[in-house]
Structure formats: C-alpha cells, structure tokens
Design a protein around this ligand. Structure first.
Ligand code: NAD
Length: 485
C-alpha cells in the first residue's frame, strides 16, 4: 500500500469520549520514520488536564459498559478482528513506517495482534465463576467475576499493534473501560486501531487514547486518581518498577510486562538445523528489539564453532534497509540512542576479549541502521550479557556441563523467556524445571501466541497476557455466602 496514502488516513488527535480532539496545550509532537529520519506526521501533545478528561470519559462509561452483554462485547471484538484483517496492508505499512520492522514482519504482527481480538471475543462469553456448598453444609458459596473498572494501559514502541490489542481486547471483553497511552515514538498504529474500534461501533468512552511528549506528566494524574482501578504496563523494568511504586498508593491492580534477557541454550545433542533456524528467528525478529529476543546464546563447546559459523554466514547475507523495500531482512533501530547503545555493548564485549565474527558497526547515512553482528566467546562480566541488547547482535558464550548451562542461563535478574535446543526428552524436561522464566521455547525460537499466557517471573514482570489468564487480569473475584434456609 502506498505510504503517502496510508499517512493521509491516520488520525493524529487525542481520542476522548468517542471523539477526535486537539490537545489543550496546542502543542504537537513530530513522529519520524526511523529508516530515513523523515517526518511522517505530527500528533497531539496532551496536557495533564487532557489526561484527566480521558479518565473522566472512561469513568463515565464504565457502568454502562460493564452492564453490556458479554456476547455484545465479544461481537464488537470479532468485528474489529475481521476489519483489521481486511486492512492488514494498511496497518502493516503504517507500522513499518513508524517503527521500521520489515514489511513481512509487520504483516505478521497484524496477524498476531488481531489474534488477541479474536481470542478475547471468544473469551468474553466464557467469563465464569463457581458455585458450591460450604464444607459445613450450611450455605452456598457463590464466586462471581466482576470487571476491575477503569484501566490505564501503557504500551511500548516495539510492537505498536500487538502490545495495544493484548491489553485493550481483554479489558473490553471483561467489561473494563480504558485510557491507552502508546509510546511517543510509535503512536500511529494505536491511533489507527482505536479509530477502527470507533468504526465497528465501540461506544464513546470505552477506549480513550492520549499521546504526550512527557509520559510522566500525563500518567501521574491518572495513576494518582482514586477512580482508576488498574494499571497495565508493558515496557522497561526500570519504568515498570517506578510505576508499581506509584500504583501502590491507590492499591491498584497491576500487570507488568517488563524487560527480558533471554538465554538461548544449545546442547551438544541439539538438531543444529533447528537450533540455527530458531536462533535467527529469536534474535533477528523485530531487528532484535523484542523483550523475547534471545540475548545470550549459551552453546555447548562441541557444537559452538559450527553454530557460530552457520549463524555468521547467514547474517552476512542479510539485506539491511528500509523495511518497506523488497527483500529487506533487517530494518533500522528505533533511534540513534539505540544505535549508540548497541555499538557500546559490542565494543565493551570485544575489548574484554570477545571475538567479532561479523558486523560490529553502525551504518552511516540516514536512518538508524546497525550491521547484523555476531560476537563469540563473550567473557563473563561483559555488559552485553547483563543488559537487553535490543539490536541485531548474537552474543555467544560456551559451556561444558548441563549444570554450567543452567547456572549461566539463570544468572540474570530477568526471567521472561528461555529457549532450549536438545533432542533428549529427559533433558528437555529437566530444563523446564530448572530454568527461571515465565515462558520457554523447547526446540523453537518463537513462543508468542494469543492462546498462551505470556509473561515473566523475577524482574520481567507480574501477571500474564493472552490465554484465560489474560482476561483475569481485568476481573475481580466477588464471593457471596448464601446460608441455606
Ligand atoms: P519504556 O519503559 O521506556 O516505555 C514504555 C512506555 O512507558 C511508553 O509508552 C513510555 O512513554 C511510557 N513511560 C516511560 N516513562 C514513563 C513514566 N515515567 N510514567 C509513565 N509512563 C512512562 O520502554 P520502551 O523503550 O518503550 O520499550 C522497550 C522495553 O519494553 C524493553 O525493556 C522491552 O523488553 C519491554 N517490553 C516488554 C514486553 C513484555 O511483554 N514483557 C513486550 C515489549 C516490550
């Protein structure tokens, strides 16, 4: 789809109480294309007062929305699924323009993001409680589910559609109204998606969107307001921790989907074809900018040379460029800070003795490009092993024993996902027990699925998105005792 045409159709205002409105500040924020630094459009810069207007709208709509039938809510979500699927080229083009991922991957995200609409359209009518006698036999215990209430949904820039639908769909299905704050770097896909919700008939006030150049100045008044009941955040662990502290004042329900530092463990008995294919997927999807990106490749010494060689040869053939251009495998990073950070991590590792097998540098010129890179024998203590790389860099460590592999894999404060490649079923089962992560891919480099509970342990978060667990994040449990008469 033509990029110019896509941009003419994107809403750029705030969406409050069913209407597109200007910010009260009169200020605007530019949104750039990370592939060529060109200005795409300008969006509204909301004030704290605008944020509170969005909360007012969500609060005003809450009771009526909670009283709608689950079937009705489900059917709205299903209509949204159908329409976004019909317009997949529009959404994919928009996502590549603002975020940079290759177009084929953007199409993949439209399918993945839309799946949350379909999944939760099916979950809405299945919200159920329990009913049973108390142990004494003197009364009936009723356990009912109720919507939590107005929810504040904050999303990151790296998956502009899926991170929004993964929150908005279960909130809507559960009967919660919401205020959404997309990342300032990539707000357009969310704005277009919310317009689609308007188009399918979602009532005014049910979903509101604010965009701002100062995340904290619009978020704090909402989080501090006693009418808010829930905060769902996807983003960095650093910001998540701070928001959890703020949310504590109002004893808000919180869901936190935070950073990761995924180990990718390849045992000597792995099928190397599968391991290499999984590694490329787990590393280079989204240009390495995924919370689930494999961050540390922990490879048995017997197969490490072969593994490193095959990865290096493949990435040397990758085409780097504008994600809308034909055949591009690796798009730009989100901004120049990201390029600088990735460069520093690689430099730190090589200074400490890691071997550079391919790439290693930023690419000069317009856009935020970094070469696909492989560094081998990365020494313990290197920053690249401790931080989220968020770039196209494979960092390999070697191990001798299973215990050593487990110790290396778990030596992080994060615990989002781990990947394990082995053809030994018993070893695979042991790894399920021993690796500290909320998710695990056993002989696969991709775990995300709307029907599965996505989330982390340790400092990777609290709560789950997707699956049955995903809607529970927006439901309260209400217990009633009815004595037998
Ligand atoms: P970020 O924490 O900088 O920002 C995330 C969102 O929070 C953005 O909308 C931002 O504007 C907002 N924000 C920032 N400071 C805030 C404040 N003080 N108050 C309120 N809101 C604030 O993260 P990012 O750079 O956008 O995204 C990358 C991070 O997200 C990585 O750490 C990645 O691992 C993580 N992530 C996690 C998951 C997951 O499901 N676990 C998924 C995607 C991304």
């Amino acid at each position: 789809m033509d990029a110019k045409e896509v941009l003419t159709k994107v809403p750029t205002q705030l969406f409050v109480n069913g209407k597109w409105v200007n910010s009260s500040t009169g200020k605007k924020i530019p949104v750039y294309n990370p592939a060529n630094d060109e200005l795409l459009v300008e969006i509204q810069d909301a004030s704290p007062a605008d944020a509170l207007s969005a909360l007012d709208a969500a609060v005003a709509a809450q009771d009526e929305w909670a009283a709608t039938s689950p079937r009705y809510r489900g059917e709205l979500l299903r209509k949204a699924f159908d329409l976004i699927t019909e317009r997949k080229e529009f959404f994919a083009t928009l996502m590549t323009l603002e975020m940079g991922k290759p177009y084929a991957e953007a199409l993949g995200e439209v399918a993945y993001g839309a799946e949350f609409l379909r999944w939760f359209s099916e979950e809405a009518p299945r919200i159920a409680g329990r009913f049973g006698s108390n142990p004494e036999g003197t009364g009936q215990i009723i356990v009912a589910k109720r919507p939590v209430g107005p929810s504040f949904l904050i999303t990151p820039w790296n998956f502009p559609l899926a991170m929004a639908t993964r929150k908005i769909a279960p909130a809507m299905a559960a009967g919660c109204t919401s205020i959404v704050k997309p990342a300032t770097l990539t707000p357009l896909t969310t704005l277009a998606f919310v317009d689609l919700l308007r188009e399918v008939g979602v009532p005014a006030g049910v979903v509101n969107v604010i965009t701002s150049s100062s995340a904290s100045s619009v978020s704090n008044p909402i989080i501090e307001d006693s009418r808010l009941r829930k905060l769902s955040f996807t983003g960095s662990t650093e910001v998540g921790k701070m928001l959890m502290q703020k949310a504590a004042n109002g004893v808000l329900r919180v869901s936190m989907e935070l950073g990761g530092n995924a180990p990718f463990v390849v045992f000597e008995d792995a099928d190397l074809d599968k391991a290499v294919a999984g590694a490329l997927q787990a590393k280079f999807r989204n240009i390495g900018q995924a919370c689930t990106a494999a961050n540390r490749f922990i490879v048995h010494e017997d197969v490490a040379d072969e593994f490193a060689r095959r990865i290096s040869e493949t990435v040397a053939g990758y085409k780097v460029g504008d994600g809308l251009a034909e055949g591009v495998n690796i798009g730009p990073l989100i901004d120049q800070d990201a390029v600088a950070k990735v460069g520093e991590l690689v430099e730190d590792a090589t200074k400490r003795g890691a071997k550079l097998l391919s790439g290693g540098s930023k690419i000069d010129g317009a856009g935020n490009f970094f070469q696909p890179t492989v560094v081998d024998t990365v020494p313990a203590g290197s920053e690249i092993l401790a931080q989220e790389i968020f770039g196209p860099v494979v960092a390999i460590q070697r191990f001798k024993t299973e215990d050593e592999a487990v110790a290396l894999a778990n030596s992080t404060e994060y615990g989002l996902v781990s990947y394990v490649f082995t053809e030994d079923l018993n070893r695979g089962m042991r790894m399920i027990q021993r690796l500290e992560s909320g998710m695990m891919g056993l002989n696969t480099g991709l775990v995300s699925n709307a029907a599965a509970p996505f989330g982390g342990v340790k400092q990777s978060g609290v709560g789950r998105e997707g699956s049955f667990e995903g809607i529970n994040e927006y439901l309260e449990t209400k217990y009633v005792l009815v004595p037998n008469s």
